[in-house]
Design a protein around this ligand. Structure first.
Ligand code: KG4
Ligand code: ZN
Length: 346
C-alpha cells in the first residue's frame, strides 16, 4: 500500500511516498532555513507563503523520484498539527484537494507522534536494514525531542501513545536555538552548538541541575536563564575565546537531563523492549554517546529523518489507516468556519 505524506507544520515543505508504513520510496524536503535564518527564527507568515510556492513542485518531485503517478497512490496522509496555523493550512488544503479529486482516503496525522515513526523507516534501496518486527518494539518508551516538544510516550503498539512526561516549560531544541541566538551563532542552533562543543571542555563551566532525577518531567527554562547570565558576564573578546567551552558545557547539561530521565523511566517501566529517540535533537551525536555511556540501547532515525520530513507522516498515516481512524469532518469541508472550529494544537 502506497501512502503519500505531506508535511508543512513549520519551515519545511515535504512530501514522501512510503510503502506499507516503513519502506521509503521517495522523500523530498524543501527547507526554508536560509530564508528564516536572517531573522533568527521562523516567521510564520513567510513560512506559509513559502509552503504555497513550493508544495506543488515538492509533491510532483516526490512522485517523479518514486517513478509513480497519482494512480498508484492508495491514500494521502497530512500533518494536522501541532504547528503554525498558516503553514499547516497550506499542507492540509493541498492534501484535501488531492484526496477529494482522486477519491482517496485522507488521514490527518499528529506531527509530534509521527516523529517516532521516523525511527522505523527503511529506505527502499537499503539492502542492509530490515524493518523492525512489531514484537521486538513494544512496549516502547519513545522520546520526541524537537524544537517544539520534549515528550516521552509509552507505546503498546504503533498507534497507542500514552504521554507520561513532557517539558513543563521550554523544549530541549528550543533551548539550543535560544542559546545559539544569544551566542550570535544563527538559526537553527542545535547543529551549530554541537559542532563548536566538539572542540570544547564540557566541565569548564558549572551548570544547574534543573530538576530532580526522580521525576519524569523535563525542564529547560532554568538552564536557559543560567545561560543568559553566563553569556552576558563575558565581553565580546572573552566570548570568542570561550565559545567552545560554553557550548560544550551547555550541551552536556541539556543532554544529560534527557539521559537521566530515560534511565529513571526505564526503572519504572521495566518491561520496556525498546527505547526510541526521535525529533531534531536526536540528530545529536553526543546525545547518542551519552545514552550509550549510560548503558541505554536505543533506536534512532537515520539523520535525514531526524528533522521534519513527510516520510514519518506517511509511515504513521499507514498505521492509522490500518485502524480505520475516522477523518474529522472539517477535513472535507472547504469553509473557513469548519477549520476555525478545529483544534490545530492537538
Ligand atoms: O523535529 P524538528 O526538525 O522540528 C520540530 O518539530 O521542532 O526539530 C528542530 C530542532 C531545532 O530546535 C534544532 O536546533 C534541533 O532540533 N536540532 C538539534 C540538532 N539538530 C537539530 N539539536 C541538538 N543537536 C543537533 N545536532
Ligand atoms: Zn518536528
Amino acid at each position: 500500500m502506497y501512502i503519500l505524506g505531506i508535511e508543512s507544520s513549520c519551515d519545511e515543505t515535504a512530501c514522501a511516498i512510503v510503502k506499507d508504513g516503513t519502506t521509503v520510496i521517495s522523500s523530498v524536503v524543501a527547507s526554508q532555513i536560509d530564508i528564516h535564518s536572517k531573522y533568527g527564527g521562523v516567521i510564520p507568515e513567510i513560512a506559509a507563503r513559502e509552503h504555497l510556492k513550493n508544495i506543488d513542485t515538492v509533491v510532483n518531485l516526490a512522485l517523479d523520484q518514486a517513478k509513480l503517478s497519482l494512480d498508484d497512490i492508495d491514500a494521502v496522509a497530512v500533518t494536522q498539527g501541532p504547528g503554525l496555523i498558516g503553514a499547516l493550512l497550506v499542507g492540509i488544503s493541498y492534501a484535501k484537494a488531492l484526496a477529494v479529486s482522486r477519491s482517496l482516503p485522507l488521514i490527518p496525522v499528529n506531527h509530534v507522534q509521527a516523529h517516532v515513526h521516523a525511527s522505523l523507516l527503511v529506505d527502499d534501496d537499503d539492502k542492509l536494514q530490515k524493518p523492525q518486527e512489531e514484537s521486538e518494539l513494544f512496549p516502547a518508551l519513545a522520546f520526541v525531542v524537537s524544537g517544539g516538544h520534549t515528550n516521552l510516550y509509552r507505546m503498546n503498539n504503533y498507534t497507542s501513545y500514552e504521554l507520561i512526561a513532557h517539558s513543563i516549560d521550554d523544549a530541549c531544541g528550543e533551548c539550543f536555538d535560544k542559546v545559539a541566538k544569544l551566542l550570535g551563532l544563527g538559526y537553527p542552533g542545535g547543529k551549530l552548538i554541537e559542532e563548536l562543543a566538539q572542540k570544547g571542555d564540557p566541565h569548564r563551566f558549572s551548570m544547574p541541575t534543573v530538576m530532580s532525577t526522580k521525576t519524569m518531567m523535563f525542564s529547560y527554562s532554568g538552564l536557559k536563564t543560567h545561560m543568559v547570565h553566563l553569556i552576558s558576564s563575558f565581553n565580546e573578546e572573552e566570548l570568542k575565546t570561550n565559545i567552545c567551552d560554553i557550548c560544550a558545557s551547555f550541551q552536556q547539561a541539556a543532554l544529560n537531563q534527557l539521559a537521566k530521565k530515560i534511565l529513571y523511566t526505564k526503572t519504572i517501566y521495566k518491561d520496556t523492549k525498546q527505547v526510541i529517540i526521535a525529533g531534531g535533537v536526536s540528530a545529536n551525536m553526543k546525545l547518542k554517546q551519552i545514552l550509550l555511556d549510560h548503558g541505554i540501547r536505543y533506536l534512532a532515525p537515520k539523520l535525514k529523518y531526524c528533522g521534519d520530513n513527510a516520510a514519518m507522516i506517511a509511515g504513521f498515516g499507514y498505521r492509522l489507516f490500518q485502524e480505520n481512524i475516522k477523518t474529522p469532518e472539517c477535513f472535507y469541508d472547504y469553509s473557513w468556519d469548519a477549520f476555525s472550529r478545529y483544534d490545530f494544537s492537538k
